[in-house]
Design a protein around this ligand. Structure first.
Ligand SMILES: [Zn+2]
Ligand SMILES: [Zn+2]
Length: 427
């Protein structure tokens, strides 16, 4: 009896074929923008001590309560696959003593994250994010820079119908007065809250604003519902004002959304989300904000920070649906077709030469005849196909066919390399 086929775990997927070209495109744009703005790459481990996220994301968040991949390793340590990128970045900043030696850093990251959620289109259990973090800067201009970087990445990728939602979450000085007002309001209407929100109300009332349940949503529409804007201290109000002015200066329009709280506990002041209407409904394709309280949660108070993260799955989904005609292609310049065993040897020897000339090629060791090779090359979209069999070896050269014009020539190796070097820019 045959064994059962093994498939990928639920909520994960292989990325291959045409799709992977889109991924490379996104990564290329992210790296290019990081380079232009001077953000250095940081690569943190895929797993961290569980405590990092419990403290750095917040005990009462959905992420920590329900969505983490947590396990004990063989040494009895509690380990968690990273569900997001900001807490690890702050951990690294503190661990490497940067608050003393180099307090202002700009970093970006790119890689897989893990959350145990119900999988759906564009939402996976292993998902991928890129993020930008500026640490040690408290000026509102840096909030604006982060939003600008996000915008430029989306624009460079050709995404349109972008909207920016903005809110301020206050700070440790002014948020408590808002929270007590909010708690009082919700306590008095507890019967209308969903079970989840009743629990949130006790532990972290701000999370209630995140709720999508109808009953809770109806409460938010009440004219007497307290909005945080009215409770901000002068520092937070001033910061918010400068972020708004900075965006206006760049011609980036925004909407204030008083219910935008983001899924993590450590946000202070600026919170934002970028949405696109390209797929009909307004879809969030990234977000971020300021997190001046995060470092304190990790034991070193006073490190300002602002950042942004976006899920690559959702962006790729958008690109696939809206930009098929400009799909980036990866086609080699030259298709190498050995027609027999001696031909294979010649092809491998030539391959080494071609790398020196930086001519991209593809060797097909299919053990097939000329017809197969020509058909395969035609299908791949390549311009040049090179054939080597007994005849070519006897004559001491190569047959090269131009698939665009259909013409074929016989060339010695040095002639061939010279031609391809000239041609490679046209491939
Ligand atoms: Zn404040
Ligand atoms: Zn609710």
């Amino acid at each position: 009896m045959g064994q059962q086929k093994i498939t990928v775990p639920k909520g994960t997927k292989d990325i291959l074929g045409e799709e992977v070209v889109w991924w490379q495109k996104v990564e290329e744009v992210v790296r290019e923008m990081a380079n232009l703005f001077g953000y250095q790459e940081i690569r943190t481990p895929i797993f961290e001590q569980t405590e990092l996220f419990a403290r750095g994301v917040g005990e009462e968040t959905d992420i920590v309560q329900k969505e983490m991949y947590t396990f004990q390793d063989k040494g009895g340590r509690s380990i968690t696959l990273r569900p997001e990128g900001t807490a690890p970045v702050m951990r690294a900043y503190i661990e490497h003593g940067l608050s003393v030696t180099n307090p202002r850093v700009k970093w970006f990251y790119l890689g897989p994250m893990f959350r145990y959620e119900r999988p759906q289109a564009g939402r996976m259990r292993q998902f991928h994010q890129f993020g930008f973090e500026a640490l040690g800067f408290s000026r509102p201009a840096v909030d604006v820079e982060i939003i600008l970087v996000a915008y430029l990445i989306y624009q460079e990728l050709g995404l349109s119908e972008l909207t920016l939602e903005l809110n301020s979450l206050g700070c440790e000085k002014c948020r408590p007065s808002y929270l007590s007002k909010l708690t009082k309001f919700l306590e008095e209407r507890k019967d209308n809250l969903c079970a989840n929100c009743v629990r949130r109300l006790e532990k972290n009332p701000l999370r209630v604003l995140d709720c999508k349940e109808e009953g809770c949503q109806n409460l938010f529409k009440s004219p007497s519902f307290p909005v945080i804007e009215e409770y901000l201290c002068s520092d937070c109000r001033n910061h918010q004002f400068k972020v708004e002015a900075g965006l206006e200066n760049l011609g980036i329009s925004y909407q204030i959304n008083p219910f935008l709280v983001r899924g993590l506990d450590y946000y202070t002041k600026t919170a934002f989300e970028v949405k696109t209407g390209q797929l009909g409904a307004q879809d969030a394709i990234g977000g971020g904000g300021r997190y001046d309280q995060l470092s304190a949660a990790l034991g070193v108070p006073g490190v300002a920070g602002v950042g942004f993260a976006a899920g690559i799955e959702r962006i790729v989904l958008l690109l696939e649906k809206t930009q098929q005609e400009t799909r980036p292609k990866k086609v080699p310049c030259l298709y190498l077709s050995p027609l027999d065993e001696e031909g294979e040897k010649q092809v491998l020897r030539l391959a080494r030469e071609l790398t020196k000339w930086r001519v991209p090629f593809y060797c097909d060791f299919a053990d097939k005849g000329l017809r197969y090779h020509l058909k395969k090359a035609q299908k791949s979209g390549v311009k040049w196909v090179l054939m080597v069999g007994q005849e070519e070896i006897e004559r001491g050269g190569f047959s090269l066919k131009n698939l665009t014009s259909g013409s074929q020539v016989f060339l010695q190796e040095d002639e061939l390399l010279r031609l391809l070097q000239k041609e490679k820019s046209l491939c």
